[in-house]
Design a protein around this ligand. Structure first.
Ligand code: ATP
Length: 441
């Protein structure tokens, strides 16, 4: 049997559209750059990714969750450095005015859009934050920003959480939420978006201990990606060199995935020192120190190790990783199958009555109702059974249950495994146990 991996993002983009994973935002108006809408299967997939993250990050003693607002006092962004420094140096083609990130093009080559050679403006800084106005009066004093990262909502709540939850260092605060960046070159499907979601965790620790926590979190985060079924050989750590480190970081590393368009950052693990809390203390005038009772009541600003992964980018990597084209070119045997880990698969079980007849429909629907109590399931009667299996393969459903005429006699159904395509006859009263054994997460 021949098995091919995903060759290009276009292949995946069309599957996602065809099968209801993702649609271009405002498609009927021609779309809007860097924004995508999750369809019924896509949202289920993304929620599975987020639930897996939330569970692994917050169902533990030393990390708690939070959900902070997207709009924050603009001083937050002054303190964090985003107002003054969150920019990319940009150059414009003098001929067609196309704008590029300076670090992403070769200035000695012609413009990719119009083909004119060597005609670019000097690099200019371009702030990536979206701004809008708050309240009824539209003047610059009401200017407010859509957050470009979720982390600052955590920093400004550090003491609220620490004192109300009676946490001792080291401990972390985790959050999942939307972030917005006016990216100049959005693209590669949902790799680089202007509106996206981040799953971030800030781990507060005693100064001097940060490198130990950094090492532990690096391994923990890699392990999480592997537990979601990602192939090991498609993942790698990529440390930031000294000249790539953000000004506040004393160490940083990315977890990269090998996308069809090349290796790309999926998650960042950063040792952010005490930069953010110190800046917020300076600008707000509020003390953000921790009182360390275990160390002679010393007061200090904690250091922070951060893990930051995009839900969208991670979902994209999981889809790229799961995609297989088997027996390409063989009319009978060719199939596209998304080999999602069952935990990540949007639909866990499909119930398929062999034919569209009431005598099968009634008991099959009863089974569907039972299965749905525990798992996201689909009921499908349209088309041949072979076609229905192929559709479920393409959306990555781990199990298909076929209800046939014999089922009426022997009170048993056929369960087909997505990966092996093997079929087992399972008695109806054992279906629940069968699924529980196979779908444990
Ligand atoms: P890049 O170098 O790709 O612009 P970054 O280094 O600015 O990313 P971080 O600020 O470290 O990214 O953000 C943490 C994570 O948030 C990234 O690893 C990625 O998964 C996600 N992310 C960042 N920017 C985007 C975006 N424009 N679209 C989708 N996800 C994003």
């Amino acid at each position: 049997m021949s098995v091919a991996n995903l060759k290009s993002l276009n292949e995946l983009t069309s599957l996602c559209k065809r099968r209801g994973f993702l649609f271009q935002s405002s498609e009927i108006y021609g779309g809007v750059g860097g924004c995508w809408d999750y369809g019924p299967l896509g949202v289920e997939l993304k929620k599975n990714v987020q639930n897996s993250w939330w569970k692994s990050m917050t169902y533990r003693e030393d990390v708690v969750g939070i959900d902070t607002s997207i709009l924050m006092n603009p001083q937050v962004w002054k303190a964090s450095g985003h107002i003054d420094g969150f920019s990319d140096p940009m150059v414009d083609c003098k001929n067609c005015k196309s704008r590029y990130r300076e670090d992403q093009i070769d200035l000695s080559k012609p413009c990719q859009k119009c083909g004119q050679s060597g005609q670019f403006t000097e690099p200019k800084d371009f702030n990536l934050m979206f701004s809008t106005q708050m309240g009824a009066v539209a003047d610059s004093s009401n200017k407010i920003y859509l957050r470009p990262e979720t982390a600052q909502g955590i920093f400004v709540n550090f003491l609220n959480v620490q004192t109300t939850m009676r946490k001792k260092l080291p401990f972390g605060i985790a959050q999942i939420g939307k972030a917005f960046r006016n990216e100049i070159t959005p693209g590669n499907f949902i790799f680089r978006l202007r509106e996206f979601e981040q799953m971030e965790m800030q781990f507060f620790c005693k100064p001097g201990s940060q490198m130990d926590h950094y090492a532990v979190w690096k391994e923990a985060r890699l392990a999480w990606h592997l537990e979601n079924g990602m192939r090991k050989e498609k993942l790698r750590f990529q440390p930031h060199g000294p000249d790539e480190l953000a000004h506040y970081a004393d160490a940083a590393e990315d977890i990269e995935y090998e996308f069809p368009h090349g290796w790309g950052e999926m998650e960042g693990i950063h040792s952010r020192t005490d930069f953010d809390l110190t800046r917020h203390q300076e600008l707000s005038g509020k003390k953000l120190e921790y009182l360390d009772q275990a160390d002679g009541n010393k007061k200090y600003i904690p250091y922070v190790v951060e893990t930051s992964v995009g839900s969208d980018r991670c979902s994209l990597a999981l889809m790229c990783d799961a995609y297989r084209l088997e027996n390409e070119g063989d009319k009978e045997k060719e199939r596209t199958v998304m080999k999602f880990d069952p935990k990540i698969a949007p639909v866990k079980v499909a119930i398929l009555p062999l034919v569209k007849k009431e005598v099968l429909d009634t008991p099959a629907r009863k089974l569907f109702a039972d299965v749905q109590k525990n798992y996201m399931a689909e009921y499908d009667v349209a088309g041949s059974i072979g076609k229905r299996y192929r559709r479920q393969d393409e959306i990555g459903t781990p199990f298909c249950i076929t209800f046939d005429f014999e089922s009426l006699e022997d009170q048993a159904v056929t369960i087909r495994n997505r990966d092996t395509m093997e079929q087992e006859r399972v008695s109806l009263d054992q279906v629940e146990k069968y699924l529980k054994d196979k779908l444990h997460f």
